[in-house]
Design a protein around this ligand. Structure first.
Ligand SMILES: [Zn+2]
Length: 126
């Protein structure tokens, strides 16, 4: 998770980076981070960032979908596990009730989303 976050963060920096020379780039990055510390913190806490981080995480796990916006909307609005109906947790630390996006791992060329499940049901299904 931290690793992926770093990639997004570097990508965000690169969008604003004019240097090709690695040393100059490093310097520029450092200065940029210092100068825009508050802005970067704000960005990382923003809805746009949290949503894009979540969706890129799904994509990297093999979730295929025609409309990730709609899927994200459904995901955020779902409060109970589709199978056991337990209340889902969205805390960072994983528990049996952690909300999971269940998809069919055998399908890679078409939409493969199945359910929103708790971690316990998601593990049992695989
Ligand atoms: Zn469940």
């Amino acid at each position: 998770m931290i690793f992926k976050f770093e990639i997004l963060y570097i990508y965000f920096i690169r969008l604003k980076m004019p240097y090709k020379d690695p040393e100059k780039r490093k310097q520029y990055q450092k200065q940029y981070q210092k100068k825009n510390k508050d802005k970067l913190i704000q960005y990382r806490q923003s809805f746009v960032f949290i949503k894009s981080k979540r969706i890129s995480d799904w994509k990297s796990r093999g979730v295929v979908c025609d409309d990730f916006d709609a899927l994200y909307d459904h995901y955020t609005k779902t409060a109970y596990c589709d199978f056991c109906r337990c209340e889902l947790s969205i805390h960072k630390e994983r528990s049996a009730n952690t909300k999971c996006l269940d998809h069919d791992h055998t399908i890679t060329d078409r939409p493969n989303f199945r359910n929103i499940l708790c971690h316990r049901c998601n593990v049992l299904r695989k």
